[in-house]
Design a protein around this ligand. Structure first.
Ligand SMILES: Nc1nc2c(ncn2[C@@H]2O[C@H](COP(=O)(O)OP(=O)(O)OP(=O)(O)O)[C@@H](O)[C@H]2O)c(=O)[nH]1
Length: 513
């Protein structure tokens, strides 16, 4: 069979040759979307269809399958956003009246002691030089502590099939507040989470370089891919069947149909009926992957003329937003920048707690309010305070939300509208945090989050929890959005700026150049 006759993935699926993949859709800027007037939202969530963009053809073979995230049950009771605040009231260091109490109505979790005063937001400033973190008596990973399973090494996500992976949610009672002292021991799951991530770095218990972390983190994907390549190309001449099998292996690793076809064609070019070694194939794949990723591997650039440089983080539940903010705050501080955190995930007590602990441990001020406060108002006040303090970077956390829930996405639009009352260019960066273990669902997350917020870059977490790390290449091919950071573990050193060559070599199992 010649090159031309070789059917692609769809061709083999439907018995046709070379069916082209659906043309990628451009992410839609929030400004181009009809304004969701939050006050007009009803408590009833619209159906998926009402928020999907223009009927797109399936972007992948997994589209149309159940959304992995719809199994989550912690968002259905979030009420719609309400009206906007008055931005022209500069002296109020609290939620503007128009916003006060009008937004999230979480499940009641009354604190055990005093009732927080809505007009006096809890604003925590932590000393710039935190005490060293105490060594935990026994270092176990988060999942094993949560489950009590000593043997558990893999993350929960790593143990579930892609389609049903719903990130672990741990509800922490509101009364579990983090003490202000810097030498605290974790008092709850959220605190433990942040504490573990930081303590690994502070104590230097795992002093490994990034390449070692990256290759270890990518091992599930690289082993699966490498094994297939070895199996396919050892002592075999290259023919159409071998290339089809390679294409299938690449699709299984979530590279996307179009990219998989392009990569297998690159391997086959001029080599039909000749021998090719597995290492040569890996090298060709690595070159193709690097070529795809090079244009999107862009570091985040903090414009120091903007004080603060406002970074909004968005994403679905459990994608790793809060953890990423904690890790980024350490990086920015290490660069000599002053940082402030805004606990805009006002929906989940554990998330507020988690960010406070990150703040305590990294010596970063955290603006937080009681659970259920209005997130847009909090973001507005944090921005104002950071500006008054001359803070370099303000990182705003937001509640996890499913990309197909219109009410929650409208709330995100509201946060953006509200902070733009202080600076029309804000947020200066909007990072969409994507959990690699969700596979092809990440494509729809990019599309739909881009409609609610001006997504300017991606952070991909949990590449260590999946054998389908090729999704990053599929995302690059489809959207071309900058990839700023990738995460390969829970530790603070497991998030690093994205480098195309390193990633390409790690995912194909090649040594560092
Ligand atoms: N294995 C692994 N786990 C990660 C990574 N990044 C984050 N996590 C874990 O993912 C879990 C969820 O992270 P969070 O930061 O709480 O996620 P979130 O997006 O803020 O969650 P919500 O508040 O529910 O929206 C935590 O257990 C993190 O430690 C990563 O790169 N690898």
């Amino acid at each position: 069979m010649s090159d031309d006759e070789k059917p692609g993935w769809f061709g083999r699926l439907f018995g046709r040759k070379g069916t082209p993949e659906t043309k990628p859709a451009e992410p839609v800027p929030a400004e181009d979307q009809p304004a969701h007037e939050a006050a007009h939202e009803t408590a009833q969530e619209p159906t998926d269809a009402s928020v999907r963009p223009d009927p797109l053809s399936p972007a992948s073979q997994s589209e149309g399958l159940p959304d992995f995230a719809t199994a989550a049950d912690d968002v259905s009771h979030v009420p719609p956003p309400a009206s906007e605040p008055a931005p022209d009231d500069p002296d109020k260091n609290r939620i503007p009246d128009e916003l006060e109490g009008a937004d999230l109505q979480p499940e009641p979790q009354p604190p055990s002691g005093e009732t927080p005063q809505p007009d006096e937001p809890e604003t925590e400033s932590v000393a710039e030089n935190p005490a060293p973190v105490a060594a935990p008596a026994e270092k176990r990973n988060w999942w094993s502590r949560l489950t009590g399973d000593e043997a558990a090494e893999a993350t929960p996500a790593a143990q579930l099939p892609t389609e049903v992976q719903v990130p672990t949610e741990v509800q922490v009672p509101a009364e579990s507040q983090a003490p202000a002292e810097a030498d605290i021991q974790p008092v709850d799951s959220a605190a433990a989470l942040a504490s573990d991530a930081i303590s690994g770095a502070v104590e230097g218990t795992e002093k490994r370089g990034w390449w070692s972390r990256l290759t270890a983190g990518m091992r599930r994907t690289s082993s699966a891919l490498s094994d297939r390549v070895t199996g396919l190309f050892t002592k075999r001449k290259l023919d159409a069947t071998t290339l089809e099998d390679l294409e299938d292996a690449l699709i299984q690793a979530d590279f996307g149909v179009e990219t998989a076809m392009r990569m297998s064609e690159a391997v086959g070019k001029g080599r039909y009926e000749k021998g090719i070694s597995p290492d040569e194939v890996r090298a060709i794949l690595a070159t193709e992957i690097e070529r795809s990723l090079e244009p999107v591997a862009k570091p985040i650039e903090i414009d120091s003329a903007k004080k603060p440089y406002v970074i909004l983080t968005v994403g679905v539940n459990g994608a790793g937003k809060t953890t990423t903010i904690g890790k980024l705050s350490l990086k920015f501080k290490a660069e000599g920048r002053s940082v402030m955190l805004a606990a805009g995930d006002t929906f989940r007590a554990a998330a507020i707690e988690q960010l406070r602990v990150w703040g305590d441990r990294t010596g970063t001020p955290v603006i937080s309010r009681e659970q259920g406060s209005d997130a847009a108002g909090l973001a507005f006040d944090a921005f104002k305070e950071a500006r008054e303090n001359g803070t370099d970077v303000l990182l705003i956390d937001t509640a996890g939300r499913l990309q197909n829930k219109a009410g929650l996405m409208a709330e995100l639009e509201k946060i953006v509208r509200v902070i733009r009352k202080l600076d029309p260019d804000a947020p200066h960066a909007t990072l969409l945090v994507l959990d690699a273990t969700v596979g092809q669902n990440a494509l729809s997350q990019v599309e739909l989050f881009s409609q609610a917020a001006p997504v300017s870059g991606l952070v991909m977490t949990k590449l260590d929890g999946t054998a389908r790390g090729g999704i990053l290449v599929a995302l690059a091919a489809k959207f071309g959005l900058p990839v700023h950071f990738i995460g390969v573990g829970e530790g603070v050193e497991d998030l690093e700026p994205f480098a195309a060559r390193d990633f390409a070599r790690a995912i194909t199992g090649l040594p560092k150049e």
